[in-house]
Design a binder for this molecule. Structure first.
Ligand SMILES: [Fe+2]
Ligand SMILES: [Fe+2]
Length: 193
């Protein structure tokens, strides 16, 4: 399912690749936060048996991405820099409503949008680095990007049964518009979002 309502600006790649250590450091923290977010959902909703299994697996896979990004940084002779606030994710999380089942629905949909946007951007990084002749980075981003696409599907599958189909479609539409607006207002930099 294609959920993104906008495409990343063509000039984004050059800005993101300008500081490769910065980009990889931000990417490492994105993977860490994705693992933490999945486990936080397990903490908040332990009674949802099937989703606990899926979220646990997802956290495991995101943690393996942390390891892979750290290894790539190491091969280039770099250590990860400290995390800096992610304005994109923060703005999206502000859209999460307070009452159940809206709270869980929104948390899962926001996670789906972050995964879908990560998939788009890691794909752009894969193609951009391939064009520059950096095969290691191109293969790395292509592999991680396809995992993020699956993650978006998992979050959508977990969210869909929570409310009637028309309410699901309406909220997906609303949050899709908001995601495009938030992303479009952010400056381009050496980070994933
Ligand atoms: Fe990941
Ligand atoms: Fe992911």
């Amino acid at each position: 399912m294609k959920i993104l309502r906008s495409c990343t600006h063509p000039r984004w790649f050059a800005a993101s690749a300008a500081d490769l250590q910065g980009l990889l450091s931000d990417h490492l923290h994105c993977e860490r936060k994705a693992a933490e977010n999945a486990l936080a959902l397990v903490r908040r909703y332990p009674h949802r048996g099937e989703s606990v299994t899926q979220l646990g697996r997802l956290a495991h896979e995101e943690t393996s991405h942390v390891v892979q990004v750290a290894a790539l940084l190491g091969r280039r002779g770099w250590t990860p820099r400290a995390d800096s606030p992610n304005r994109y994710a923060r703005a999206l999380l502000e859209e999460v409503r307070g009452r159940e089942p809206d709270r869980l629905l929104d948390a899962l949909l926001v996670a789906a949008f972050i995964e879908a946007r990560s998939h788009e951007r890691l794909g752009l990084l894969a193609r951009g680095f391939a064009a520059r002749g950096d095969g290691e980075l191109a293969d790395f981003y292509a592999a991680l990007g396809s995992a993020e696409e699956r993650h978006a599907e998992i979050f959508l599958e977990l969210a869909e049964p929570l409310v009637p189909p028309d309410a699901f479609a309406a909220r997906l539409e609303e949050l899709g518009g908001r995601e495009a607006e938030i992303l479009g207002a952010l400056p381009h930099g050496s980070r994933v979002h």
